[in-house]
Ligand binder design. Structure first.
Ligand SMILES: Nc1ncnc2c1ncn2[C@@H]1O[C@H](COP(=O)(O)OP(=O)(O)OP(=O)(O)O)[C@@H](O)[C@H]1O
Ligand SMILES: O=C(O)[C@H](O)CO
Length: 380
């Protein structure tokens, strides 16, 4: 073995993607110090997009204070990529679920206003190409708050600005985008969606992701009706039907709002990241092996998660792909049909999850060492 490309996702709640890649590289070097390890941290649209793209392109992060999901000030980072002109904004930084304490989670009231403020800051900095990562949200406002932060008017029947969250959408009567920040029109906005759900209905944002944000079963139809109301008024006042677009339902309907208000393009997050880090270019130079990974490998993995995306690209160059994972979930074996030749858990013995989360870096390095030792026995 001469060259190994390491292209993992983050392990949620334990390690970000650059740390996962570094730990795997360390484990390989213990056995094969002479092997070239190329670390390419990956992401989809959710948490970690900014760190990943900034690290991959040699860009920089800027930390600022914006309006959090409940209206409180929060510290949030956005990035300028290595090209100096592309901004990366991650909604989870401003409007993400971890920013709301469990007992306060209520998508009727949470807003994406802070995400709009981050977009405005990127425009202020002169960026006219923006990658907006959406996923991991605390919100269900269809991007209404984001649009308000950028100057759109969302008005109730009395001509007053509607309040925050899905509850505000219930009062929505009309939309006026005349006051929208004019720099939005000059900008190319690409959206990295972590999922491809439509806005409403059984596969829509409230039904599928509402409960994790604190929605009770009774609240879900109310949230769904609020987004349907927004979509209807968008169609009437802005002439766009955003309901069924894949990704419209990502981040509580922010996908739909970004298309409606900012004329953005929705993309699968993993595909956008593959392009941004030039995974094709890296693999075209050849490698003996690609190691990918994620916190839990399961049935979802095959549907556009990082390991499946990495395997698709590696497949073009005939490079075998294996995965190191925290947990092996239900349906994990479906990944064999998507180009992943094998996977191994980093868990060493029956230990509590908390131990694995805390010690993920050393467990990963040990597992990487075991993996490459196994992979080479037949070649000796
Ligand atoms: N170090 C670890 N050891 C064991 N299991 C882990 C570890 N880190 C994460 N996990 C498991 O992975 C789960 C998170 O999965 P993952 O990191 O793949 O994120 P996800 O929720 O599937 O989101 P996405 O893949 O879209 O980012 C955790 O709930 C936990 O069960
Ligand atoms: O934010 C959310 O609602 C989920 O991550 C799906 O996008």
């Amino acid at each position: 073995m001469k060259r190994i490309v390491i292209a993992p996702d983050s392990f949620k709640e334990s390690l970000d993607a650059p740390a996962v890649a570094a730990a795997i590289a360390e484990g390989i070097k213990r056995v094969f110090p002479e092997v070239e390890t190329v670390t390419v941290p990956m992401a989809d649209g959710g948490e970690g997009l900014t760190t990943t793209l900034v690290a991959a392109t040699g860009g920089r992060e800027i930390t600022t204070t914006v309006t959090g999901p409940l209206g409180q000030p929060v510290r949030a980072a956005w990035g300028i990529l290595g090209d100096g002109t592309t901004a990366v904004v991650e909604m989870a930084q401003a409007s993400g679920l971890p920013l709301v304490p469990r007992e306060k989670r209520n998508p009727l009231f949470t807003t994406t206003y802070g995400t709009g403020e981050l977009i405005r800051q990127a425009l202020d900095a002169g960026c006219r190409r923006l990658i907006v990562g959406i996923g991991g949200s605390a919100t269900n406002d269809g991007g209404a708050g984001m649009a308000q932060a950028l100057g759109a008017k969302l008005l109730d029947a009395k001509g007053q600005d509607i309040g925050p969250g899905a509850a505000g959408l219930e009062e929505l009567d009309r939309i006026d985008i005349q006051g929208l920040d004019p720099r939005v029109k000059e900008a190319e906005i690409l959206v990295a969606c972590d999922v491809d759900n439509p806005l409403c209905g059984p596969r829509g944002a409230p039904a599928v992701y509402g409960p994790q944000k604190g929605a009770t079963p009774e609240m879900v139809p109310r949230l769904d009706a609020a987004l349907a109301r927004l979509a209807g008024i968008i169609e009437r006042d802005l002439g766009k039907d955003v309901r069924e677009l894949p990704g419209a339902g990502a981040a509580g309907g922010l996908g739909a709002g970004l298309v409606a208000f900012l004329d953005a393009n929705l993309r699968r997050g993993i595909e956008l990241v593959i392009e941004a880090v030039d995974l094709d270019g890296i693999l075209a130079r050849g490698a003996d092996l690609v190691i990918t990974g994620e916190g839990e490998i399961n049935r979802q993995t095959a549907y556009g998660k990082v390991p499946a995306g990495v395997a698709r690209v590696a497949g073009k160059y005939g490079i075998p792909v294996v995965a190191l994972v925290g947990s092996i979930g239900e349906g994990a074996s479906t990944v064999y049909d998507h180009g992943i030749k094998g996977f191994m858990s980093i868990v060493p013995r029956p230990v509590p999850l908390a131990y694995c989360l805390e010690n993920a870096a050393s467990l990963l390095a040990d597992a990487a060492e075991r993996l490459v030792r196994l992979l080479t026995v037949m070649n000796k």
